[in-house]
Design a protein around this ligand. Sequence first.
Ligand SMILES: *Cc1c(COP(=O)(O)O)cnc(C)c1O
Length: 390
Amino acid sequence: MNIHQIDSQQLNNKQTPFYYYDLQLLNETIASVKRAADRRGFHVHYALKANFNKRIVKHIQSAGFGADCVSGNEVQFAIDNGFPASQITFAGAGKSDAEIRTALQHKIFAFNVESIQELEVINELAGESGVTAHVSLRINPNVDAHTHHYITTGLDENKFGVPNSELEQAAAVLRNCAHIQLLGLHFHVGSQITDMNVFKSLCVKVNEWKNWFEERGTQIKVLNVGGGLGVDYHQPDEQPIADFEAYFEVFDKFLERESYQEVHFELGRALVAQCGTLVSRVLYTKSGVKTNFLVLDAGMTELMRPALYQAYHKIEKIGALPDSTPINYDVVGPICESSDCFGKNVSLPSAQRGDLIAIRTAGAYGEVMASGYNLRNEIRYVYSDEIGHS
Ligand SMILES: *Cc1c(COP(=O)(O)O)cnc(C)c1O
């Protein structure tokens, strides 16, 4: 149930701020991904970091997706929450020895290895434990994701993956790593990518590097192309489910894969972003010299994306009358930082103390980034099936 379909009295009784999760939309999104991926024999891992709220994860795990982890604790969490180890990948430019040991112990599907030094460390730790580590080599393909520079990861100047210039050396090191088996190649060029040409360019690079390795006698079984598919933050209700058909079709069409090659994806945002809304209450209205402010009871401590990378979220008043005259507000939080602002010059129906405000498309990188800065209360959440219909 969409946030505007709920009886506002029911919402009014809840203590704010809280995340509202529309489980029906989540399930429809999951079904849509599954349909489009299964049709092509593609493997999907859910990037846990986008949202590890227990019920959200349960729905995704039940659909049979794997888990893409970026910390040892996420690997452990994935195991504890029912993901088979054989479907767990572990990426990250800074895996600690303890984290590597955790993943080795669980015999996960693959480490996505981000540097030559990391290869050597994994080889050593695997040797000590008497196991073989399965790895995919994360290649930095130098593809511009045309997204915000804070969420671009596949350019030469980014810290992720092995740069092209070091692949020759990486291949040589791999030949000497007795405790490592190379499964395949891994790529992840950025997040919130809406231009399908970016993925097309990625496919060209994947084909090139796959051939490069195979020409040197290394068979590549796994092509892991990462995640990054974007969602529509501006119009959450027009296209609540991303176009997974079009997304997977690009890879189906442009990846040159052999019958023994598997294609793996690591989707985070596109699965969970639209099902979450941050619901907050207006504490104060303030008319400044040039600006009208709405001061909310939620801030950057509940949703950090606007402060962290100037991300846009659609802001709406809940239960607004259709004929209310709009006013331009700067919508801000209570935290003692000027960057604690959800939106400037937002046109909203006139609002007053106690009104409820919805901050949309907050299901990905929202609740999970909540912090205790200013000793804020722990974040709350409400699921759609806990609320009656209007
Ligand atoms: C964050 C991350 C993802 C998921 O990215 P989305 O943009 O949320 O789809 C996938 N793979 C890796 C390695 C990541 O770090």
